[in-house]
Design a protein around this ligand. Structure first.
Ligand code: TMP
Ligand code: MG
Length: 182
């Protein structure tokens, strides 16, 4: 049996992808074969790249549906499946992750727990429930510098998913988070 490791946060810019890339680097040093995937719809940094806000990046395969992972793992002798931005996937990802664990894979996942409105983000609640290990990261509140566990949308946001980074979203603490925009 394998193991499910989740790196999550309520705030964007908390270093999830940076931590993800660090763990991938360590696993590469340990000679593990790693399949890295991310949702097609996160197109911020081009086709096949997982990029943190500080510019670190690794090569990933863009997929539309979680079930594609089950095909991709047949292509090589992978030890690890790493999934970035899991909040964007539909709930099928949950069963895929369990199946990967039961087949012996280490599954490494990052995701944003909550939307800017504070709602559970996509499959993240279920993913946290099946995790063997959870790392919760904080950001720095853009208004006061205290630990940020929330994200503020700086635009009129009328749906859960709006891909974006600087200029669209800011990390905020509980005091400086305004969540009445939906
Ligand atoms: P990050 O956590 O890796 O910085 O990226 C979070 C992504 O999620 C980013 O593309 C913006 C997007 N997002 C939404 O789609 N809806 C939301 O409510 C929030 C806060 C972020
Ligand atoms: Mg990220």
């Amino acid at each position: 049996f394998g193991w499910i490791e989740v790196i999550a946060s309520g705030a964007m810019y908390a270093g999830k992808t940076r931590e993800f890339i660090k763990r991938i680097d360590e696993l590469k040093w340990a000679k593990k074969k790693i399949l890295i995937v991310k949702p097609m719809l996160d197109d911020r940094y081009g086709e096949s790249c997982v990029m943190s806000h500080n510019g670190d990046n690794v090569t990933a395969i863009n997929i539309k549906c979680p079930l594609e992972i089950l095909e991709l793992i047949k292509r090589d002798n992978y030890d690890v499946v790493a999934i970035d931005e899991a909040q964007f996937f539909d709930k099928k990802i949950v069963q895929v992750i369990k199946d990967l664990r039961d087949s012996g894979f280490l599954v490494l996942i990052t995701g944003l727990n909550t939307t800017a409105e504070g709602k559970p983000f996509g499959p993240m609640p279920e993913i946290l429930c099946i995790a063997d290990d959870i790392t919760i990261l904080y950001g720095v509140c853009a208004a006061c510098g205290k630990p940020a566990t929330k994200t503020l949308a700086l635009f009129d946001k009328d749906q859960d998913i709006v891909v974006g980074g600087q200029g669209k979203y800011e990390p905020r603490c509980n005091k400086h988070w305004v969540h009445n925009r939906l």
